[in-house]
Design a protein around this ligand. Structure first.
Ligand SMILES: Cc1cc2nc3c(=O)[nH]c(=O)nc-3n(C[C@H](O)[C@H](O)[C@H](O)COP(=O)(O)OP(=O)(O)OC[C@H]3O[C@@H](n4cnc5c(N)ncnc54)[C@H](O)[C@@H]3O)c2cc1C
Length: 359
């Protein structure tokens, strides 16, 4: 079968691996000049561990893991600790789960794409109408179009309808600054809050990333315009001079700056005719679930298995849908709760609650 995959993130790279391995003729397009880098540590959990084991990359992933045992220090505006907690013992991690830097996982998955896959970077889908028209001027008539192009999926928009129909905004926005000099030398996660806003510096003693987040109703902005996104973050923190916030804001210009809404994609079905969605494009669980990467890995393997088990495409895509539905539903429920701790509207009450929990 001829397969065209749009997006070379976790879902797209894993789909390329599994579908090429199953004997399909795969083309993979990505609109950046390589897998789009950025982001901090992400998790490979539960059934996704079995997927990476079957892909033959589990040892590399284990070697690249970062420690999951982490202490969050909640600070006041002069940097004095007010409360702390250890999520590994208070949330939902199980002992086998792996936390790894997103860039490192992308490198591992990119190497796991079989050489026969036709990989086209700097290429995107221009139109899906009378074939799939790519920005490199070629037109394809794939037997299966796989949308693995993330939360703001072009494939989903072209085939299923506008993003607003499926995106459920969870009231928050998050930005990431990697290699943040303002946090040089810090270890662990250091968090400064004002009501509805958070700046976190997360370091390992040598390197540090900054996460900035704020509560807001849905904002209108261009998903590809990083300059406009930096402006939104600066505006959200314009009146903030506490702790190291001005120093962190001064580093927003970094090229691997990342910004997105915290949202879930909820869809009644992930396939239509010859198109199917995998990963965030179909079922983004949001930053707070800790399950986005695992869902993408499980989704890619499940799609390949469903296609191998059923010669008839509609039956195979229904089987993919049925197998993924309970996994996605359960991951979506994990997103509840984290925001109250990291983005409290009443900072003092949150601190008191955390102090009481450890005493
Ligand atoms: C830069 C970045 C940083 C992230 N950082 C974090 C993080 O720190 N923590 C976290 O929990 N999650 C983060 N995420 C989200 C996380 O990667 C996903 O939730 C999860 O890994 C599932 O991945 P995905 O492949 O479905 O989607 P994504 O990781 O979003 O990958 C989608 C890919 O499709 C490409 N693409 C998009 N549109 C098109 C198009 N029209 N044509 C061609 N290609 C297209 C994108 O460039 C990207 O490479 C980040 C995502 C990105 C893109």
């Amino acid at each position: 079968m001829k397969v065209l995959i749009c997006g070379a993130g976790i879902a797209g790279l894993a789909s390329a691996h599994w579908l090429a391995r199953a004997g399909h003729e795969v083309t993979l397009v990505e609109n950046w000049s390589g897998p789009r880098r950025g982001g901090v540590a992400i998790d490979v959990r539960g059934a996704a561990l079995e997927v990476v084991r079957e892909m033959g990359v589990v040892d590399e992933i284990i070697r690249g893991r970062v420690p999951t045992e982490d202490v969050y220090h909640f600070l006041d505006r002069s940097g004095r600790e007010q409360a702390c907690f250890t999520p590994a013992t208070q949330f939902y991690d199980s002992p086998g789960d792996i936390e790894i830097s997103r860039d490192r996982l992308l490198d591992i998955l990119e190497r796991a794409v079989p050489s026969q896959v036709d990989v086209r970077y700097d290429t995107t889908i221009v139109r899906v109408e009378g074939g799939v028209h790519l920005s490199d001027g070629t037109t394809h008539e794939p037997d299966l179009l796989v949308g693995a192009d993330g939360t703001h999926s072009t494939v989903r928009k072209a085939v299923f309808g506008p993003e607003q129909r499926f995106a459920h905004h969870l009231g928050l926005y998050v930005a990431i600054v990697k290699h943040c000099a303002a946090g040089a030398g810090l270890s662990g996660s250091h968090v400064y809050n004002t009501p509805g806003r958070m700046v976190m510096l997360r370091g390992d003693g040598t390197d540090c990333s900054a996460l900035l987040g704020f509560r807001a109703a849905p904002l209108t902005y261009d998903f590809r315009d990083l300059t406009a996104q930096r402006r939104l973050v600066r505006e959200a923190f314009a009146d903030e001079s506490g702790w190291l916030v001005p120093e962190v804001l001064a580093e927003l210009g970094t090229p691997d700056f990342y910004f997105d809404s915290v949202a879930q994609i909820r869809m009644p079905t992930w396939s239509h005719d010859h198109t199917v969605l995998v990963g965030d494009a179909g079922y983004c669980a949001s930053f707070f679930s800790g399950m986005g990467t695992s869902l993408a890995l499980i989704g890619a393997a499940t799609l390949a298995r469903s296609l191998s088990a059923h010669a008839d495409l509609p039956t195979a895509l229904r089987a993919y849908d049925s197998a993924m539905r309970p996994v996605v539903t359960s991951a979506h429920t994990l997103a509840d709760g984290g925001a109250d701790i990291l983005f409290p509207t009443d900072v003092e009450a949150r601190n008191a609650q955390l102090r009481a929990a450890v005493s």
